[in-house]
Design a protein around this ligand. Structure first.
Ligand code: LLP
Length: 410
């Protein structure tokens, strides 16, 4: 399930112990397993044809070393801002393998995407398409687009992670779609190449995908009578196992099921984030204080500014002691140092540890560091990549200078 196991009682990631990592890089610290990232990508691509595309969703973790690793192995990217697009291009991504989603792309975002001739801008409103049309004329550039439809299918996940239901802001409604189709009749520089959908994140049940694919195929058949559509972009969203007992769909099974539901002549685009990097990443933290004998609380040096998934989505992440122990107790809380009651990682932790002990928060690779902030004027944690049994720093811990360099002392 994950890249970690106990070797001589020391929890290790691809044979490097978290104790060694703490000595070299201190805590809190994010650590990723290169081999796990590559295996997950391969689980997507190994059953796909060369005309299909796996576009890693940059928002899940956008460290340049990770983007470079993914680009150099021939994969594409799903981006949602000019910044993500710039980072992907800087990491030597092939623009012809980049798709750009997002409901609020600005003129600056779109101009940059058009000038870089990416594979597809995934349009989410009629107004956005009007702007693309205007810009394509201004720059005298042809633009390849896909229409991201709202399939009106709930993905049975946390409400904040559902993007396919009718009342969400994502994708084109029927009305918006028909306006777009009218505009396309006269949009000389715009090539409609595909349709796209993305129904949410942490999805454990294929039935939602099945329903959305049915809706999309109907539209695909109708629209491809007018425009020679090339691809269907099925988004991302596949859940990962946070605990061994979690019922999830394996990547390979998921790809097979998608392929079975879509005719062979339609090329596929996948946009996975969490299922690539979620289980490849870990947050290492140290216990600063222990208090309250009856209802023990372990206060650790990572906080919700480093990792916000637990308070934001009610997510549950497995937490393991870096040194194996059998000492257990009931209902220990693991909390961060931030001045918010929402700043906790677990209220049911069972290992009775001490001050100075290390904890590893598992399945933290996706939306961990990428959603971290400087709240409470805290420095962002470093990031480390483990490759061939060696741990390499890929982002240094922030410094006080990083905190203040944009501020003007008037
Ligand atoms: N494609 C689009 C258009 C998306 O909006 C997303 C994620 C993905 C692909 C990748 O989805 P994934 O495979 O990573 O589930 N912060 C939340 C997840 C938000 C997902 C936003 N969109 C979390 O920590 O669970």
């Amino acid at each position: 399930m994950t890249a970690v196991k106990y070797i001589n009682n020391r929890l290790s990631i691809d044979k490097v112990s978290f104790q060694e990592i703490e000595k070299a890089f201190s805590t809190p610290c994010y650590i990723y397993s290169e081999v796990t990232i590559l295996n997950n990508l391969n689980d997507y691509s190994s059953n796909l044809s060369s005309s299909d595309l796996v576009c890693y969703s940059v928002k899940s973790s956008n460290n340049l070393a990770i983007l470079k690793l993914i680009a150099s192995n021939g994969y594409g990217f799903d981006v949602v801002s000019k910044g993500e697009l710039q980072k992907a291009l800087y990491a030597k991504a092939d623009p012809k393998k980049i798709v750009f989603s997002g409901v609020g792309k600005t003129e600056e975002d779109l101009s940059f995407a058009i000038k870089n001739k990416i594979k597809s801008i995934n349009v989410e409103s009629y107004s956005e398409l009007k702007l693309i049309n205007k810009l394509s004329k201004k720059f005298d550039e042809e633009v390849n687009i896909a229409l991201r439809l709202n399939p009106e299918v709930s993905s049975k996940t946390h409400p904040f992670l559902d993007t396919g239901s009718k009342d969400t802001k994502f994708g084109l409604s029927e009305d918006e779609l028909s306006c777009c189709m009218k505009l396309l009749e006269n949009g000389d520089n715009i090539n409609l190449k595909g349709l796209a959908f993305h129904i949410g994140s942490d999805i454990r049940d294929f039935s939602s995908y099945e329903k959305a694919i049915k809706v999309m195929l109907k539209k695909f058949n109708t629209i491809s009578k007018i425009y020679p559509l090339e691809f269907l972009d099925v988004g991302g969203g596949l859940a990962i196992k946070y605990f061994d007992e979690d019922q999830t769909i394996k990547i390979k099974t998921f790809v097979e099921k998608v392929k079975q539901s879509i005719p062979d002549n339609i090329n596929l685009v996948f946009e996975p984030g969490k299922s690539i990097i979620g289980n490849a990443g870990f947050l290492l933290t140290k216990i600063t204080y222990k208090k309250n004998k009856d209802n023990p609380i372990l206060i650790v040096d990572a906080g919700m500014n480093d990792h916000i998934r637990v308070p934001l989505y009610g997510a549950k992440h497995k937490i393991l002691p870096a040194h194996k122990t059998n000492k257990t107790q009931k209902k220990i809380s693991v909390v961060g140092p931030i001045c918010e009651s929402a700043d906790y990682f677990d209220k049911n932790f069972k290992y009775d540890l001490d001050e100075g002990d290390l904890l590893v928060i598992c399945s933290s690779g996706a939306y961990g560091f990428s959603m971290s902030s400087n709240y409470n004027a805290r420095l962002k944690a470093p990031e480390v990549l483990v490759k061939n049994g060696k741990a390499k720093l890929i982002r240094a811990r922030e410094t006080f200078e990083d905190l203040i360099y944009k501020e003007l002392d008037l």
